[in-house]
Design a protein around this ligand. Structure first.
Ligand code: BGC
Ligand code: BGC
Length: 677
């Protein structure tokens, strides 16, 4: 095929055959001239049967809508910057609350507060005075590990931990519980699942992905969508206890160059599909009706402006007839666009623009774009048709005010004991035992246990980002009623059988303990704030190694419980620990950890370890991209690794602690990448 690439500092033109694919200002440096290979993608058919009655209702609505009303449907504002009256006056189709967005800006907002606000938006959208058309507003939220923005909700382990559990049935249950707790606050739509296949663990969103392995992501995508939405074709599909799912972020978010958030994925189409596209096949086949565009670029083209992948591949080739929602101001990153104006995103195929703050200028400019012909009426009608289709399928026109739905406002469902039991099971199954020398674990309940480390008694640290606040920071334990820290779980277990548990963050003690459990690891972060230059854990927290080594020097058996959003280079810490558990980000049910670490009171194994790595563990610091199937694959612990009590094994006490050149090259720079955008 005939390919040409003409690049200047601010202008880049790529010609494929005779077709112009991109012509943008400020295009990222690495713009790979592309061939189009539609055959690399599967031809799919939407499993949701077209309903002639729904399509006729859409025709009827479209025929009555002005340009203003149509464009209004295509804009989503955030509750911190929009009032119910705006929804009425500007015909807004959708609202969201982003991470840390709560009714009245109060993070302890009750279920009743959420539902009251949802009602207010709904009533405004249904107001027919002044000849308005009544079209129910659709509210979306990030219920990404449980209803994670809601005070009192059950928070599940982040996806990385669920990936280690290798249990699609459990994922489905998690989806059901998440949907129900989201239904309690009157919101019918979540921005989940994340289907990123994470290829470079320096990425700050690694923990939002299930695995580096597309197979796991594919099987979990189906399970979570089914859990969230109910089973297509069954009565429970999108009923009052279920919510719409969003497959995100399309496409290639987990494979950006250097693991840079919002970065550039350089994969050719075959690889893009084989690795990053797998989850979408399963999500679409399971009936996901919304897909979120990725902030990232594919071979230099921002996904929000990538007509080929959004329209020709996702919608046309893969038969997706729900709608594409943009990410938070994602349109503004297309060269030539701003937060307030962006015909290019709509022309590329984004149907609903997430415009949290600048929704009003964006709305006005988009109306102008349509009137000027920069966006065709056919494109607008297609976008609105898709949005209305999903609203009609979800029954929003029939269910009435959010408060009239069966579970709305039922506070007792948030963090219900049965839901917490599912989360505790998820915690138990997510734990991966990396080392257990001299069969130190499982421990007797009668021991005197020293519990140390910054993550031992802190719900925020064990929950990570996207927990009540966007970054998961600025919270304390009172912000998570009903939650249990890892230390509290240990204390409960040992005190039931004559043992003791003493918490001492720095590991100091006056009475010599029988064993020390040190719970240490990463602080909470989200998105680019979690990007790393290198995987050397010690560089972000030198103190934990000191605690481990001091205890070891005192001759006390040491169990490490590592709380983190990804595998990191921790060879010195492994050497200083007799047993080492990767606990990921367990969420609110920290007691699941003790249930595995300790025997029953009768001295039997209580729960064995089930977790197996869904991410490869690095042996050296140059292994930023370390994935099963690599040529020269040489991890410290391979994909699928995980010891159990049933299959005990000794591992080295002398892993290399050489940080090598890779680290020295980075040592001068601060750990985090700077956030862009
Ligand atoms: C929001 C998040 C959003 C982020 C994007 C935050 O203020 O709460 O939901 O993802 O901004 O920058
Ligand atoms: C994130 C999305 C999220 C959205 C809304 C963005 O910054 O990338 O995953 O759904 O914010 O909070």
């Amino acid at each position: 095929m005939n390919k040409t690439s003409l690049c200047a500092a601010t202008l880049c033109v790529v010609v494929i055959g005779v077709q112009l694919v991109g012509c943008q200002q400020g295009t990222p440096d690495v713009l790979v001239p592309t061939t189009k290979n539609v055959d690399a993608w599967p031809e799919l058919k939407s499993p949701v049967e077209r309903d002639p009655e729904i399509e006729a209702r859409i025709d009827n609505l479209l025929a009555q809508m002005s340009v203003e009303q149509k464009v209004g449907q295509m804009i989503q504002a955030e509750i911190r910057w929009v009032e119910p009256d705006d929804v009425r006056d500007y015909h807004l189709g959708s609202v969201l609350n982003g991470g840390g967005g709560h009714p009245g800006k109060v993070k302890h907002a009750s279920a009743g507060d959420w539902v009251a606000l949802a009602d207010a938006f709904y009533e405004a959208s249904m107001d027919t005075s002044d000849g308005r058309l009544a079209i129910p507003v659709l509210w979306g939220t990030d219920s990404v590990h449980g209803a994670s923005n809601v005070f009192g909700a059950t928070l599940f382990p982040h996806n990385i931990g669920i990936g280690a559990a290798h249990n699609p049935d459990l994922v489905r249950r998690i989806g059901e519980v998440t949907a129900m707790e989201t239904a309690v606050i009157g919101i019918p739509w979540t921005f989940a699942p994340v289907l990123a296949v994470v290829r470079d663990d320096r990425w700050g969103r690694s923990y939002e992905g299930y695995s580096e392995d597309p197979e796991i992501v594919r099987s979990y995508a189906a399970a979570l969508v089914r859990g969230l939405q109910g089973e297509l074709g069954r009565d429970d599909y999108l009923d009052d206890s279920h919510v719409l799912a969003t497959a995100k972020h399309f496409l290639g978010d987990g494979g950006t160059d250097n693991g840079h958030d919002k970065g550039n994925n350089l994969a050719e189409e075959e690889e893009l599909f084989a690795i990053h596209g797998q989850g979408y096949v399963a999500a679409l086949e399971s009936g996901a009706r919304t897909v979120m565009a990725s902030y990232s670029s594919s071979r230099g083209l921002k996904m929000h402006g990538n007509r080929y992948l959004l329209t020709e591949i996702l919608k046309e080739r893969m038969g997706f007839d729900g709608f594409i929602v943009g990410d938070w101001e994602g349109h503004s990153e297309i060269p030539g666009c701003s937060k307030m104006a962006c015909a290019a995103a709509i022309n590329a195929g984004v149907d609903l623009l997430m415009a949290p703050q600048y929704w009003k200028p964006l709305l006005k400019n988009t109306i102008k774009d349509v009137k000027r012909g920069d966006i065709s009426m056919a494109r607008v009608d297609d976008a609105v048709r898709r949005i209305l289709r999903v609203k009609l399928e979800a029954g929003l026109f029939e269910t009435g005010a959010p408060s009239s739905r069966s579970y709305a406002g039922k506070t007792e469902i948030l963090g219900a004991p049965l839901h917490r039991a599912v989360a505790r099971q998820a915690v138990r199954e997510s734990l991966v035992l990396l080392k257990n020398n001299a069969a130190l674990l499982p421990l007797d309940r009668s021991l005197n246990v020293l519990v140390a480390g910054r993550s031992a008694n802190d719900v925020s640290r064990q929950s990570g980002g996207w927990s009540l606040t966007w970054q998961g920071t600025d919270n304390n334990d009172d912000d998570f009623p009903g939650a249990t820290t890892i230390f509290e779980g240990i204390r409960e277990v040992v005190s039931s059988a004559g043992g003791t548990a003493t918490f001492s963050e720095d590991g100091s003690y006056s009475d010599r303990p029988d064993v020390a459990i040190v719970v240490w690891g990463e602080p909470p972060y989200a998105e680019c704030y979690g990007d790393l230059k290198h995987l050397n854990y010690d560089a972000q927290d030198p103190q934990s190694l000191v605690v481990l080594e001091n205890l070891k020097a005192d001759g006390i058996p040491v169990v490490s419980v590592f709380v983190s959003g990804r595998p990191l280079w921790v060879n010195p810490h492994l050497n200083a620990s007799d047993a080492f558990v990767a606990a990921w980000l367990p969420g609110t049910e920290g007691d699941g950890v003790a249930e595995v670490l300790f025997k029953t009171s009768a001295g039997e194994v209580n729960y064995d370890f089930k977790g197996k790595l869904s991410f490869s563990w690095p042996k050296s610091l140059d292994q930023n991209q370390l994935n099963v199937g690599d040529v020269d694959y040489d991890p410290l612990f391979p994909y699928g690794y995980g010891l159990s009590y049933a299959q005990a094994r000794e591992v080295s006490d002398e892993f290399s602690v050489e940080t090598g050149e890779a680290y020295l090259n980075y040592a001068a720079v601060p750990a985090g990448f700077s956030c862009i955008g």
